[in-house]
Write a protein that binds this ligand. Structure first.
Ligand code: 13P
Ligand code: SF4
Length: 369
């Protein structure tokens, strides 16, 4: 079947073939390490890295795989820092988690730190007598997850955000959702909560330190959204679905729920990276897709499904520059060190933080949309 040429498509940034020498280094180190190491890879990793993962998945899949890592000694996490931290808390004691490159952070996770969240909690609990349940997206530091554990809240991922918010409204009358305002808004709206029942708390409010609102608004709102976002997914704009539908009649729009509200409302399907992968995998030949997510995943889906038409939703490549920091060379370096008995880039979370965060993480692992 001949399908049109997809509109974008940027060069496959970071998908250069891995030099034979690096492939050999990884193979030798893995052979020496045997079953004692598990390599996990997030869907946004470049092909040159993801090909070496024992298991690939979305944030929830990878968290569950880390929890069930059995008797491995090391988990090498090809993803970003908050994912490695989560894995460290979920793996059995004694298992160490290694991030191949320490520069692989997440700009969204950096948009809420624990001091800001503690201030916000004082502002909000001072503004209302009603019970507020804090929910943190998994894209956040371990300290924020522990905060949720301490205050009767939970962690969610883009795979189970609806179930977690539903649960939160059984525990209390209001939800504080951080750090991603878009996932929070999209999820709550899907659950029937109106936009006029949600308010955005701005941690950078310079004036009264009240999050940019008259405090009485917090008493009137059901959902308080943190002013944070993903710098990759907010590149998709409200007119992109219209442009793609005009250009490719019949095309379906498939987006991640970190996209803006206006974009998600126009999409045919919205879901986590696993939902995106499975939706394309299960579609009939000839289906056309405009996908609003990180472009390494979009490019991979295009290569894996030549029987379908797969394009990015934006007319340019949306790359997660921090996921991109993980390279095959860095993976080879870390595996060789482990084979020599050296550990570098270990991601440790202290026991007290872990204890509280696990309360919120266990709730996350128990819930499904
Ligand atoms: P998923 O949970 O869908 O894998 O998303 C993680 C992420 O960082 C998306 O930006
Ligand atoms: Fe963070 Fe966005 Fe990158 Fe996901 S895509 S890791 S939310 S910066």
């Amino acid at each position: 079947m001949t399908l049109e040429t997809p509109m974008q498509t940027s060069p496959l940034i970071g998908n250069d073939p891995v030099p034979e020498e690096v492939i050999g280094r990884i193979a030798r180190a893995r052979e020496a390490l045997g079953k004692h190491v598990l390599v996990l890879g997030h869907h946004y990793q470049r092909d040159e890295v993801i090909q070496f993962a024992d298991f690939r998945g979305d944030s929830l899949d990878l968290a569950m795989r880390a929890r069930d890592s059995g008797d491995v000694r090391h988990v090498v996490f090809c993803g970003v820092h908050f994912m490695a931290e989560t894995a460290d808390m979920l793996t059995p004691d004694g298992v160490k988690v290694i991030l191949p490159d320490m520069r692989a952070g997440c700009s969204m996770a950096d948009m809420a730190d624990i001091d800001q969240v503690e201030i916000a909690w004082d502002v909000l609990t001072g503004a209302t007598d009603k019970k507020i349940v804090p929910i943190t997206y998994i894209n956040s530091t371990a300290a924020l997850k522990a905060f949720c554990g301490r205050h009767g809240g939970a962690v969610c991922t883009s795979s189970n955000a609806k179930a977690v918010v539903r649960w939160a409204f059984e525990q209390g009358e209001k939800v504080l959702f951080f750090p991603d305002q878009h996932l929070g808004r999209n999820t709550c709206y899907d659950l029937g909560i109106g936009l006029d029942e949600m308010v955005v708390y701005d941690p950078h409010d310079p004036h009264e330190m009240t999050g940019g609102n008259d405090p009485k608004v917090y008493d009137e709102s059901r959902v308080i959204l943190w002013r944070g976002h993903c710098s990759v997914h907010t590149n998709f704009m409200e007119n992109h679905p219209d442009i793609m539908r005009q250009r490719y009649p019949g095309i379906k729009v498939l987006v991640h729920p970190e996209c803006r509200f206006e974009v998600v409302r126009k999409a045919d399907v919205a879901g986590s990276t696993r939902v995106i992968v499975e939706t394309v995998r299960n579609a009939p030949p000839g289906t056309k897709w405009a996908i609003g997510t990180e472009h390494h995943l979009v490019n991979r889906l295009r290569q894996e499904h030549p029987e379908q038409f797969v394009s990015t939703l934006a007319p340019f490549a949306c790359q997660c520059s921090t996921m991109f920091r993980i390279s095959a060379e860095a993976l080879a370096d870390r595996l060789e060190e482990l084979a020599r008995g050296e550990e570098r880039n270990v991601i440790p979370v202290d026991p007290e933080t872990t204890r509280w965060a696990l309360i919120a993480l266990d709730r996350m692992l128990d819930m499904r949309d």
